[in-house]
Design a binder for this molecule. Structure first.
Ligand SMILES: Cc1cc2nc3c(=O)[nH]c(=O)nc-3n(C[C@H](O)[C@H](O)[C@H](O)COP(=O)(O)OP(=O)(O)OC[C@H]3O[C@@H](n4cnc5c(N)ncnc54)[C@H](O)[C@@H]3O)c2cc1C
Length: 421
């Protein structure tokens, strides 16, 4: 099996990054791959896996050490994701174990903002209650944006949050001692196991500008897991419907304290989520290519191994081409984001170039993955259709990559808008 290409020439192959790839490969081979089928059947990951990943510093990658992170940058997260897939992990495993990747950045941004504004106590409560335990693997933090009525149109969400001060609702958010949240969420990754959910709710009026984010403890009265959603793939990652009925959260739970800030925070971090999904897609494709190459080198039909057939070799080259183009495009974007410093004003909308390229990277990698997993199953023949075959899992897991984090059509629409077409 080929190792992850931590290419020295391109700058991806620092000694530290190679050590990270080796660490993640060892972790996945020893603590994930042997148990993955059991977790797929169970429909969720054990909490002990989060603790193990936290102990190794994997959950803290790319986050500041001051809030419990392990440092590093987005390139390290990419190498980690590639290594997990290459060593026998899965897209579902990535989604379930690293769910905090889509939720915790909103909390870190809020803590950073409070700190800069001199609100040390307000920052500390987020760091101590949510960020540090999540990055240590002691706490699970999910992101609740999508609702039963729809997910693509975030600006239309219906969950409400009203400011409350002792006796009842008040008109001004500034008077709020707490917030009362009502609504429903659907398709929430790790929602059945989460200790906190970063909930998107309408706090500041109509439209996208009215959306705010709250760090909601799932033990709050009125918060319930309404159901677990059975799925085509990502079986080891639990996906939940959540109900919030008069859930009261303290004022510190409001992460985005002004109109427009919640949507800006979502848009900023959607870009990284889309890049992460692109990495999952091309890394899944690379794994399927490697498995298929090994298979075609030993499987014989009509007296010869499959790989000796020109048509099969052409299939393999096409799998390689699609995978490599997706990887190269995505990694180039990641390089540019890292070179740019990665973090500008957390309250601002993201750089349009990053939004555009993230959308294109996702669509490119998803299309590559869809094609590669299908060819992988095909070349595995009847075995490829069996639950025993690893490519069968990747085939099912791949489908959601073109739906979650912004469906393919929505990405294309966004690209058209950003290109001015
Ligand atoms: C396994 C899984 C895990 C998920 N995890 C999370 C999570 O952790 N947190 C969270 O908040 N959400 C999560 N989601 C939800 C996901 O983000 C949404 O499913 C996605 O945004 C699409 O929203 P929707 O399902 O409501 O589809 P809709 O918005 O109803 O769209 C349906 C389909 O219509 C098409 N479409 C939509 N808009 C347009 C358009 N403008 N032009 C053309 N075609 C269009 C697309 O093909 C789309 O797939 C998850 C979903 C799944 C399946």
């Amino acid at each position: 099996m080929s190792k992850v290409d931590v290419d020295v020439k391109s700058g991806w192959g620092s000694t530290e990054r190679q050590a990270l790839a080796d660490l993640v490969t060892g972790f996945t081979a020893a603590q994930v791959a042997p148990h993955l089928a059991t977790w797929e059947d169970a429909g969720e990951l054990p909490r002990s896996l989060h603790a193990a990943a936290g102990d190794l510093g994997l959950l803290g990658l790319s986050y500041p050490e001051g809030v419990g992170g392990s440092g590093g940058d987005l390139r390290d997260v990419v190498v980690m994701t590639e290594s997990v897939l290459q060593a026998g992990g899965s897209g579902g495993l990535i989604a379930g174990l690293f769910t905090h990747g889509i939720s915790i950045p909103h909390v870190i941004d809020a803590a950073t903002r409070r700190h800069a504004a001199g609100d040390t106590a307000g920052a500390d409560v987020l760091v101590d209650e949510v960020i540090r335990p999540t990055l240590a693997g002691a706490t699970i933090t999910a992101l609740g944006v999508t609702e039963p009525d729809g997910g693509s149109d975030v600006g239309a969400l219906r969950t409400t949050a009203v400011p409350v001060n002792g006796a009842g609702a008040v008109t001004s958010p500034d008077e709020a001692v707490s917030w009362r949240i009502n609504g429903a969420k659907a398709y929430i990754t790790s929602g059945a196991r989460a200790d906190f959910v970063v909930v998107a709710a309408r706090a500041f009026g109509d439209g996208a500008a009215g959306v705010a984010l709250f760090a909601v403890p799932t033990e709050a009265p009125g918060f319930t897991v309404a159901g677990r959603m059975r799925k085509m793939g990502w079986h080891c990652s639990d996906t939940a419907e959540l109900a919030l009925v008069d859930v009261e959260v303290p004022a510190w739970a409001l992460l985005t304290p002004g109109p427009g800030q919640g949507f800006a925070s979502l848009a900023r971090h959607f870009a990284v989520e889309r890049i992460s999904l692109a990495v999952t897609a091309y890394a899944t494709a690379q794994r399927c290519l490697d498995l298929t190459l090994a298979w075609t080198r030993q499987r014989e039909t009509f007296g010869r191994t499959l790989v000796t057939r020109q048509v099969v070799r052409h299939d393999l080259v096409e799998m390689h081409r699609l995978t490599d183009v997706a990887r190269t495009y995505t990694r180039a974007l990641v390089d540019d984001i890292v070179a740019d410093g990665g973090h500008d004003d957390p309250a601002a909308m993201p750089n349009p170039q990053v939004l555009l390229r993230a959308a294109l990277a996702k669509n490119t990698a998803v299309a590559a993955c869809d094609s590669v997993v299908a060819t992988a199953v095909q070349l595995h023949g009847g075995y490829g259709f069996l639950r025993d075959a690893e490519v069968e899992m990747h085939y099912r897991d791949a489908k959601v990559l073109g739906i979650g984090g912004g469906a393919t059509e929505v990405m294309t629409d966004l690209a058209a808008k950003l290109l001015g077409y």
